[in-house]
Design a protein around this ligand. Structure first.
Ligand SMILES: [Zn+2]
Length: 371
């Protein structure tokens, strides 16, 4: 029988610092959420095209050290919660959009957004900010409101689990369109202007933004296509690389993990190589947080991992899940030569396990990992 992992088991086999680094990821309780509630709080009215930035210089300009504390390449998705301590170093500004809603945005992202907006206006494209930063408390409130109004099932499908929404970073912005002077804020209306979105998407990278939820990639991102949801990554060169390759942010992050690694997905009667690669992307995104570790190989453990016993075990680790398929990946990697607190220094870690599961037709969830 396979060794049974749990967060506790991971902690026992590795030291505490590594454990802190992986906390929250192993349980992945957010499996069932399906959208980011970007419509929540939206309203519709005529527009004067004006944006009233209420940034207070004393509040936003004086503490660069804190701004520097933000990792503009942090990955937050259904597998990866908001990094610990994020809100302590976050510097935000507040503005009022054309429909009178208050919107809070991470400061540098907002400055870049204003430049993007000005550039678009020169092309006759008008946008405004529908929603940007939401605190964990706000996300919880949206979840509670939706649960009250529509029931728990619908709420879980349409609202991101608090702690796992990219909007909590302050770097994710939902745009809305202003067409012929009228606010177009509803998703179902916005989606009817593909040619406008095309113009917007073409300018994103110049200002350090990427389109986050691509068409046809919901198995990787966990979300359907959202032309309005953009993400600030700060460096235009990185944004351009992601846009030019047409990849998701998850694939970009996974690709930063030793791209020359040897992969062996073997033979599977259950999964296509593409499906196994999608599972590997989720594992590699997590591996990217193992500071100083070098990945040597990654392989599929084989169809024998897809047992009822393993399914029951993984479902027991995630009370909201109803997984029907399992993938076990194994990796060999080397711990940092100089150590670094988290791992025993300069050690080859063999057959380190990554357990992923999914419900029929959904993306892989990294449920647990370790020895
Ligand atoms: Zn969004």
């Amino acid at each position: 029988m396979k060794s049974r992992l749990s967060k506790g088991a991971v902690c026992a086999s590795i030291c505490l610092a590594a454990c802190l680094a992986v906390m929250g990821c192993g349980t992945s309780s957010s499996a069932s959420s399906a959208a980011d509630a970007s419509q929540a709080g939206q309203s519709s009215s005529t527009s004067d095209l004006s944006t009233n930035a209420q940034s207070d210089d004393a509040q936003v300009g004086s503490d660069d050290a804190k701004t520097q504390g933000i990792d503009y390449l942090a990955l937050v998705n259904k597998n990866h919660p908001l990094p610990a301590g994020w809100e302590d170093s976050l510097k935000t500004v507040r503005m009022t959009n054309s429909v009178g809603d208050d919107v809070e945005v991470e400061k540098k992202s907002y400055d870049a957004y204003l430049k993007l907006k000005a550039a678009l206006e020169k092309e006759g494209v008008y946008v405004d900010l529908d929603s940007a930063r939401r605190s964990v408390e706000q996300q919880q409130k949206i979840m509670d409101d939706f649960t009250k109004k529509y029931g728990a099932d619908y709420a879980k499908k349409t609202v991101a689990t608090p702690g796992y929404s990219e909007h909590q970073t302050g770097l994710a912005l939902d745009l809305y369109l202003i067409i012929d002077g009228k606010d177009v804020t509803k998703n179902e209306d916005m989606i009817t202007y593909p040619e406008v979105w095309e113009k917007i998407h073409a300018r994103l990278a110049d200002y350090g933004f990427i389109l986050r939820y691509l068409k046809g990639d919901e198995h990787i991102t966990g979300y359907g296509y959202e032309p309005w949801h953009i993400r600030y990554v700060d460096d235009p060169a990185i944004a351009k690389e992601i846009a030019d390759k047409g990849i998701t942010f998850e694939e970009y992050k996974a690709g930063k993990v030793q791209p020359e690694v040897s992969y062996d997905f073997g033979k599977s009667d259950l999964y296509t190589t593409e499906e196994l690669e999608e599972a590997a992307i989720q594992a590699k995104c997590e591996f990217a947080t193992f500071e100083g570790c070098e990945l040597h190989s990654l392989r599929y453990a084989g169809d024998k991992c897809n047992t009822k016993e393993n399914l029951d075990w993984l479902n027991s680790l995630d009370e909201e899940a109803n997984y029907t398929q399992v993938v076990e990946l194994l990796t060999d990697f080397h711990s940092p030569v100089e150590g670094g607190g988290a791992w025993e220094a300069d050690t080859e870690m063999k057959d380190y396990q990554w357990w992923l599961a999914r419900e029929e037709g959904k993306g892989w969830q990294l449920v647990t990992f370790g020895y």
